[in-house]
Structure formats: structure tokens, C-alpha cells
Design a protein around this ligand. Structure first.
Ligand SMILES: [Zn+2]
Length: 255
């Protein structure tokens, strides 16, 4: 298994690549979703391997049914050796229960992991363009702060995703994004007819507005479409796997 990590986060966490799982083509190998047709037995074995990497029992690896919405759910305590179903429909998930890991599934969308140094709470956010323009990371920051912290205590890692080099968009999206984040979010690469968006940059602006210093935000540079180590919905034309990015709550005293 190859886990990309951030030096800002002290909780066990990772942004996995495709390596280290048991699924076969076109899902090779660490796929965590049956949505595109992979075998459930393979997906469950991959989840067990990821739970070991997260240092939790597989029954304590909490996920949500992602719907490109703006809802965040709280994962209660959990455990056991059985893979558990998603908590419900949402695109962000958090917990303050030590021994529980939360995760989001992506293949080009942006996975964001958050740690609260004060309470030990952790969160995982799935942001496609709808989540970025809808400011789901702001919902996550507000939710964590309501549970007993302040933005200066949060550390954020923005994981591998489709970057400005590859995220070509149509229609009114360039206008909507420049109105929401400023003209810099729209990139027009030389020789390309269509505009591209810089989703991690937009997320950075939302986090800044939420009171999080740039020095407490780590933005990974990997592009999932350019880099063959990753599943990419665009490059693989929909027939691909999903990465599960995770972060584990260990309690404030362990941070
Ligand atoms: Zn790229």
C-alpha cells in the first residue's frame, strides 16, 4: 500500500494510491466501491487492509453514501470485524470517538482531511465542483467549531485530485466560479479551447475565509488524471475504482 500523507496531521491518516489491494482490472487494485461493478468480496478485503493502515477495526471505519450535497454526518463509536454500511447520505463525516476512522471515496474529486488539535476530532470531506462552490469545507469547519474548538486549532490536508492542468469545464461554470472565488480560479491553458478550474485553490480561499491560516493548510500537488498511480473518473471514462482517504481519531491527549 502506498499512502500519501501530510506532515501537518498527527492523527493516523492517508490518501491511498491504487497499490496494495486485491481488485482486478479495471479496478486494480485498492478499490473501495462496488458502484462501478467491482466484486464485493474484493472491496471488503481492500477495506480491511485500509482499516489496518488506519489502525482501527474494520467496523470502526465509517463512510457515507456520497451524493454531491452539503451535509456532514457524525460517526458514533464502532468496531468489530465486519464491514459496516455507510452512515447515510452525506459528503462529509466527522467523529470525536477515539478508535474510529472516517473516510471519503474519490476518483478525481477532492478529498479533504481535517484534524482538531484541541478536541482530537477528525473529519473527511468529499468535494467535487458542487462541494467546492457550495463551500462544504466551511460546513465542516463550522460543525467542528460548534463541537468545541476554534479555527486556529484546525489542521487541513487537501489530497490528490484532478488539478488545474486537467479539470476542463463547460457552460457557465467558469463564470460561477470566478464570481464565487475571483478570476484566478479559472485557468485558460494555452492551446486549449475550454476553461479549466483550480479546485484546490478555491478550497484554500474558503478555508482562509473560515479563519484557517494558510500555514495550517497542506495542498497536495498530485493530479489524479495525469498520474497513473490514481483512479481517475475522467481518464478512465467512468470505469474505474474509488480511493478511500481516511483519518483516525486518537483523542486530544494523543495529539
Ligand atoms: Zn493533470
Amino acid at each position: 500500500m502506498e499512502l500519501i500523507t501530510s506532515s501537518l496531521l498527527r492523527s493516523p491518516h492517508g490518501f491511498p494510491t491504487r497499490a496494495g489491494g486485491v481488485s482486478v482490472a479495471p479496478f486494480e487494485s485498492l478499490n473501495t466501491s462496488t458502484a462501478s461493478g467491482d466484486e464485493q468480496a474484493h472491496v471488503h478485503e481492500n477495506l480491511r487492509r485500509l482499516a489496518r493502515a488506519a489502525k482501527v477495526e474494520v467496523g470502526a471505519l465509517a463512510t457515507v453514501s456520497q451524493v454531491h450535497g452539503l451535509v456532514m454526518l457524525r460517526a458514533p463509536g464502532g468496531g468489530g470485524e465486519q464491514v459496516v454500511p455507510p452512515l447515510g447520505e452525506a459528503d462529509a463525516i466527522w467523529t470525536s470517538a477515539p478508535g474510529v476512522a472516517v473516510g471519503v471515496k474519490t476518483a478525481d474529486c477532492v478529498p479533504v482531511l481535517i484534524e482538531d488539535r484541541r478536541t482530537g476530532a477528525v473529519a473527511a470531506v468529499h468535494a467535487g465542483w458542487r462541494g467546492v462552490i457550495g463551500k462544504l469545507v466551511q460546513v465542516a469547519v463550522t460543525t467542528l467549531c460548534a463541537a468545541g474548538t476554534t479555527p486556529d486549532q484546525l489542521r487541513v490536508a487537501v489530497g490528490p485530485c484532478i488539478q488545474r492542468c486537467c479539470f476542463e469545464v463547460d457552460g457557465d461554470l467558469p463564470t460561477r466560479f470566478s464570481e464565487a472565488f475571483g478570476a484566478q480560479v479559472v485557468v485558460r491553458p494555452e492551446g486549449k479551447a475550454k476553461a479549466h478550474l483550480d479546485l484546490p485553490w478555491a478550497l484554500g480561499r474558503t478555508l482562509e475565509a473560515a479563519g484557517i491560516a494558510a500555514s495550517n493548510v497542506d495542498v497536495r500537488p498530485e493530479c489524479t488524471r495525469c498520474d497513473a498511480r490514481f483512479f481517475s473518473h475522467r481518464r478512465d471514462r467512468g470505469l474505474t475504482g474509488r480511493h478511500l482517504s481516511f483519518i483516525t481519531c486518537v483523542g486530544a491527549s494523543a495529539l
